[in-house]
Design a protein around this ligand. Structure first.
Ligand code: NAD
Length: 388
C-alpha cells in the first residue's frame, strides 16, 4: 500500500515502516558517532518503543554494547491498518542490533500486568541471568488492575481552573483555554497510572526472582518546566503522579536498588502532544533553543543522561538527588526569551514567535513520516515482523 499520514486530533493513525526504520537508524548513527562512557551491559527498558524509552534502549545498546530487553505495547499491521510506529521502531531496532551482534529481545504486552512481568523475568533468567539497569519509561493513558478495575489518567489542574494560551495545531490558531481541576478520584487514578507503584512492583518482582544485580541502577522520567506550564503539569494531576514517582525512587533506593528520577526536556512525543498548553510552549521553546544552538531531541537527551550524568563516576544530581536533563531548557536566558514570546504570541505572529514547522516535523517523524531518503509515494509492505 501507499502509506500517508492520517492525523486525528493529536495522533496519527498510520505509520510508515521504512520511515520509522530510517529514523531509528539516524538515532543509532548519532550514538555511534559519540564518545561513550562505561555503562551497564544488561538493560531492561519498560516502554521501549517510542520517545524517551526507545532512545534509552538505543543509547544503552550503542554506547555500552548492552544486551537490551524491551517491553512495548504495540500493534502489528492488520488488513488495511498499518502497524503502530512503536512496532516498526522495535522491528527496526532489533534488526540493526542483531546485525551488529547485540542481544535484543522484546516482549509485547501490558507492562502493568503480572503476566508480562513474569514473562520478562523468565527471559532474563534464561538469557541474561540478571539485569544491571532498568529504565522505566511508560507513558500510558490507563492501567487495568489484576481484578479488572481500570484507572484512567487525566491531564487537568489541581484545585483551581487555569486559563492560558494554547494552540489548535490543525488550524494554527492561538486561543485561550481553561483547564478544569481534576476531582479527587481523577487525581488518584492519574497517580495509579503514572505514579511509582508499578515501577516499584517491577523492581520488587525482579529482586524476588533474583533477576537484578544488587548494584543495578534504575531510572524513571519526569518533567518540571517553567511557571506557565506548572498549573497544567508540575502542579496538575500528572504532577501529583510524578511526585509519587519521585517518592517511589526514594523507597526503591531505601530498599537496596539505586533509583533515580531524570527530569527531562519538553519534547514532542505522542504523550506530550495530548497536554493542553504544553505544545504551544514546546513550539516556542524549540524556536529559542534552536536559535541558541542548544536544542536536543530524545536521543541527545538520553545520550547525555547515560554518558554524562549516570555513568561517569558519581551520578550528577541536584540537591534533591534528581538528574537534570532540563538544564539547558531552564537556563535563565532561554526562559526569559520564551516568556517574552509567550506574552505576545497570537495566531497572526505564530511564524515569527514559534517553531511550528519544527513541531510538525517532530510530530510526523514520530510516525515515520518526513525521514530523509524515503519515497512516500512508493508501494510499501506494512507487514513487518518482530521475533517475539
Ligand atoms: P511516548 O508516548 O513516546 O512513549 C511511551 C512508551 O510507553 C511507548 O513505547 C509505549 O508503547 C509504552 N507504553 C504505554 N503503555 C504501555 C503499557 N501498558 N505497557 C507497555 N508499554 C506501554 O512517551 P514519552 O514522552 O517518551 O514518555 C516517557 C516518559 O518520559 C514518561 O514518564 C513521561 O512523563 C516522561 N517525560 C516526557 C517528556 C516529554 O516532553 N515528552 C518530558 C519529560 C519527561
Amino acid at each position: 500500500m501507499i502509506i500517508k499520514p492520517k492525523v486525528r486530533g493529536f495522533i496519527c493513525t498510520t505509520a510508515h515502516p521504512d520511515g520509522c526504520r530510517a529514523i531509528v537508524k539516524e538515532q543509532i548513527d548519532y550514538i555511534k558517532s559519540q564518545p561513550h562512557a562505561n555503562g551497564p551491559k544488561k538493560v531492561l527498558v519498560i516502554g521501549a518503543s517510542m520517545g524517551y524509552g526507545l532512545a534509552s534502549r538505543i543509547t544503552a545498546a550503542y554506547s555500552f554494547g548492552a544486551a537490551t530487553l524491551g517491553v512495548i505495547f504495540d500493534k502489528p499491521a492488520s488488513g488495511a491498518r498499518t502497524a503502530s510506529s512503536g512496532w516498526y521502531n522495535t522491528a527496526a531496532f532489533e534488526s540493526f542490533a542483531h546485525e551488529d551482534g547485540l542481544y535484543a529481545k522484546t516482549v509485547n504486552g501490558d507492562a502493568y500486568s503480572q503476566e508480562i512481568k513474569d514473562k520478562v523475568i523468565s527471559i532474563i533468567k534464561n538469557d541474561l541471568g540478571k539485569v544491571d539497569m532498568v529504565v522505566y519509561s511508560l507513558a500510558a493513558p490507563r492501567r487495568t488492575m489484576a481484578d479488572g478495575t481500570t484507572y484512567t489518567s487525566v491531564l487537568k489542574t489541581v484545585g483551581e481552573p487555569y486559563t492560558n494560551k494554547t494552540i489548535d495545531l490543525k488550524n494554527r490558531v492561538v486561543s485561550n483555554i481553561t483547564v478544569e481541576p481534576a476531582t479527587e478520584d481523577e487525581i488518584a487514578a492519574t497517580v495509579k497510572v503514572m505514579g511509582g507503584e508499578d515501577w516499584k512492583a517491577w523492581i520488587d518482582a525482579l529482586k524476588e526472582a533474583d533477576a537484578i544485580e544488587s548494584d543495578a541502577v534504575t531510572v524513571a522520567y519526569s518533567y518540571i518546566g517553567p511557571d506557565i506550564t506548572h498549573p497544567m503539569y508540575a502542579d496538575g494531576s500528572i504532577g501529583k503522579a510524578k511526585d509519587d514517582l519521585f517518592a517511589a525512587s526514594k523507597q526503591i533506593t531505601a530498599d537496596g536498588i539505586k533509583a533515580y528520577i531524570s527530569v527531562n526536556k519538553a519534547l514532542v512525543t505522542q504523550s506530550s502532544a495530548a497536554i493542553p498548553i504544553v505544545p504551544l510552549y514546546i513550539s516556542i521553546l524549540y524556536k529559542v533553543m534552536k536559535a541558541h544552538g542548544v536544542h536536543e531531541g530524545c536521543i541527545e537527551q538520553m545520550y547525555r543522561l547515560m554518558n554524562q550524568k549516570l555513568y561517569c563516576g558519581d551520578p550528577v544530581v541536584d540537591s534533591e538527588n534528581r538528574i537534570r536533563l532540563d538544564d539547558l531548557e531552564m537556563q535563565d536566558e532561554i526562559q526569559s526569551e520564551v516568556n517574552g514570546l509567550w506574552s505576545t504570541i497570537t495566531s497572526e505572529n505564530l511564524d515569527t514567535h514559534a517553531d511550528l514547522e519544527g513541531y510538525y516535523e517532530d510530530f510526523y517523524r514520530l510516525f515515520g513520516f518526513g525521514a530523509k531518503g524515503i519515497d512516500y509515494d512508493a508501494e510499501t509492505d506494512p507487514e513487518v515482523t518482530i521475533d517475539l
